[in-house]
Write a protein that binds this ligand. Sequence first.
Ligand code: ZN
Length: 379
Amino acid sequence: MHVSRPAPLPLIPAQVIGSLPRPAMVRDLLAQRDVLPRGEWQARMDDCVRFAIHLQQQAGLDIVSDGEWRRTQYIHEFLLRVGGFDRCRRYQHQGESRLGLVVVRRMRTTDPVLVRDAQFLVDNAQATTKVAIPSPFLIAVRYWHEDYSREAYPTPDHFLEHLAEILAREAHALAAAGVQIVQIDDPALAYFCDRRLTSGHTIHDERLRRDWDIDRQFPGAVEAINRVSAELAVEVHLHCCHSVSKRHSDVQGAYRPILSRLSGLRVDQLNLEFAYPDTGDVSDLEYVPEAFRVGMGVVDVRRERLPSVDQIVALAQQGIDRLGAQRIALNPDCGFAPDAGEPPTIDEAYTKLCRLVEAAHRLRSRCDALSSGAGRSDS
Ligand SMILES: [Zn+2]
């Protein structure tokens, strides 16, 4: 964990959360992963990922990812590479019947699974690099079930503990590969912001039907993240969002109920959502513990509508007014396509990212003008 930002970053850096929409040809290539010879598949995907990196740099972003184009879904890719999961659990999600992954065997603890992807990003990006991994709590909540998982892990806590160990090793391997920012994705923490969900009143995802107890569960979630970030010699972000599924938020609610509970967390920055209705409220920022910077979600990834640069600037300025420009970065609310099949097009994402970058430039100029004005009045 670093206190200061990686060297080349400007004031109010513009960043992605992680995923970019996969064009149809990338989705076709993902579907051919087990059909094409391994080397040929890798070479074709490498060409695609080079394009995803260039697209972000062309938009002017300060922090880029590989678009997560090698992943069919932001959690599943990790689980399938680690092993121990089968797609055998039927559940309801937003009224659709799905067959989902669940842990059925102990996970393998051989080599880290995302390092080649990370190395490729580091070798091909000029901007600061970021790789996201799913949080141990998120995986424990969604992929342990008493009917399938007890032989592998007697309780969710046993599963959580092993996940923290595996993810810590993965995070250290990413840092060793030269990645400058490791982001831990934990939309499950936002479940505690949604009283409809935790009271069992409205369950959009049957996997989340359980007894929710923030006093009992939250400290374990924080401790597991701290095991991942411990002694990590790079910047660490925690991304807390309200989940995206086909242009809808899975979860609702401002961040206030969880922010003070994050005070023991050992990360540098929280990446939160403010652009989409019923996610974060800018007044939440007053409750962010002082140790953290905030990546403000100022571009809505769910609605197709393009925000104006003025709208982005106005929202971000409210964060700067509360925390100061030194503690603010700008990003879209969430990844544009946590699942390869999410509906936004790559052009929609690119246009939104260009506007995000322009807003960051305007705010930087405004801060520069204010500080040089203050300098004059001091003299
Ligand atoms: Zn997200």
